[in-house]
Write a protein that binds this ligand. Structure first.
Ligand code: GCO
Ligand code: MG
Length: 402
């Protein structure tokens, strides 16, 4: 079997997506998600100019060797752009192999370990009243786990909160908007938010919260400790953790579970975090963390340290990644939870999907491969639109983590 051609499809049904389609001499093609929010064209160019020419003629069945070719074989290893490209290639190759064998992807990853995938929804509110209302809305839809984000009095832009009543969507058209942030006001207010949410919804609803890298280690330790009575499912990205050792401080002070790594792209971002058991969930998604081939190794490594998966699943990951993640989560033993931020309806014009949400869980059907298809004619009706993630500043103007 040979790879005969490949192309990159960039489209914007409501938001930008980059999709790699790899063709073979057996008439089978595979799809991989190459979307990197706000940097879409860098990945598209890397794939088109550098990777695709080297893919043509290779046997798509040799997934491990091709993975190594684009990781080890490329002198400039790692980094978000190149690892997103490697991930897309890898996903498409697994899709091809499973289609060739006429079996759903999860069968190649070990078969079923479970029937359904626990997911968490997003609820946000400009103020506490709205956060309670919107949490109730997700609970009514059947979600058993909800991530709650809330506006903070006196803070211009709390992360994950919308003011226009539209669903929260990371990335805005044009150049990066600038947001204003104040950690001390946030730290004083957020325990009140979770106190109220617990009081209204009781103890059984799983609650999650994303700090989005905005605390220093000691601030994060205080936050994790003060949120402890509300038994969060997890506290996400409490610090920007290029410095993995910084997570030690949080562990010394709190039993609040920690989830980290949506911006990671390699196992080497995780080694201290995993071996010292400084976290509880790995967030690195299939589309940025080296695809199925690399995540299988990371998840297996994490499993020995009682760490589970909790993959990133915001709308800037395409339906191809979500479906691949459901297969992956179906197969592994140390699955924890999957983020599920449903795509807007218009995404369905371009991507034909094979998963279903029911009563708090996602399931996937048994169509061969990953099971998602792309309608290229429809994709052409939604051309790329420049959109970028915000830049964040403290209230005195200092540039800060977004
Ligand atoms: C999450 C994330 C996202 C990111 C976004 C960036 O936990 O879902 O933090 O909302 O900000 O994916 O592109
Ligand atoms: Mg996050």
């Amino acid at each position: 079997m040979k790879i005969t051609d490949a192309r990159v499809i960039v489209c914007s049904p409501g938001r930008n997506f980059v999709t790699l389609k790899i063709f073979t001499d057996q008439g089978i093609y595979g799809l991989g998600d190459a979307t990197l929010n706000g940097m879409e064209k860098s990945v598209a160019t890397y794939l088109t100019e550098y990777c695709i020419p080297a893919l043509i003629g290779k046997d798509p069945g040799n997934i491990e060797d091709i993975w190594q070719y684009f990781y080890r074989g490329v002198y400039w290893r790692r980094g978000a752009v190149s690892m997103t490209a490697v991930s897309a290639i890898d996903m498409a190759l697994w899709d091809i192999k499973a289609k060739l064998l006429d079996t759903p992807l999860y069968n190649l990853l070990g078969g079923r370990s479970r029937d359904r995938i626990l997911v968490y929804a997003h609820a946000n509110g400009a103020n506490l009243g709205e956060a309670v209302e919107n949490t109730a809305r997700e609970v009514e839809k059947g979600f058993k786990a909800v991530r709650v984000q809330c506006g903070i009095p006196g803070v211009g832009n709390a992360y994950g909160v919308v003011t226009d009543k539209k669903p929260y969507e990371p990335a805005k058209r044009g150049l990066p908007p600038e947001e204003i942030w104040d950690t001390s006001l946030y730290l004083n207010y957020i325990p009140k938010v979770f106190g109220k949410i617990r009081e209204v919804f009781g103890n059984d609803l799983h609650l999650l919260h994303d700090v989005h890298h905005r605390c220093t280690p000691i601030e994060a330790a205080r936050l994790a400790k003060e949120l402890e009575p509300f038994h969060l499912f997890w506290l996400e990205d409490p610090v920007a953790c290029e410095l993995q050792e910084s997570l030690r401080l949080i562990r010394q002070h709190s039993t609040t579970p920690v989830a980290v790594g949506e911006v990671f792209n390699s196992v080497f971002d995780y080694t201290t975090l995993i071996t010292e058991q400084l976290i509880d969930y790995i967030r690195m998604p299939l589309s940025h963390g080296g695809g199925i081939t690399h995540l299988q190794k990371v998840a297996a490594f994490a499993s020995f340290y009682h760490i589970a998966t909790g993959f990133h699943g915001a709308t800037d990951l395409s339906p191809v990644t979500l479906a691949a993640a459901i297969h992956f989560n179906t197969a592994i033993n140390n699955f924890g939870i999957q983020e599920y931020m449903p795509h807007s309806e218009v995404v369905g014009d371009v991507f034909k999907t094979n998963y279903k949400f029911e009563n708090g869980f996602l399931t996937i059907d048994d169509s061969p491969g990953i099971g998602v298809d792309i309608d290229e004619k429809a994709a052409a009706r939604y051309p790329y639109i420049t959109a970028r993630l915000p830049v964040n500043r403290k209230s005195d103007g200092t540039l800060f983590n977004w």
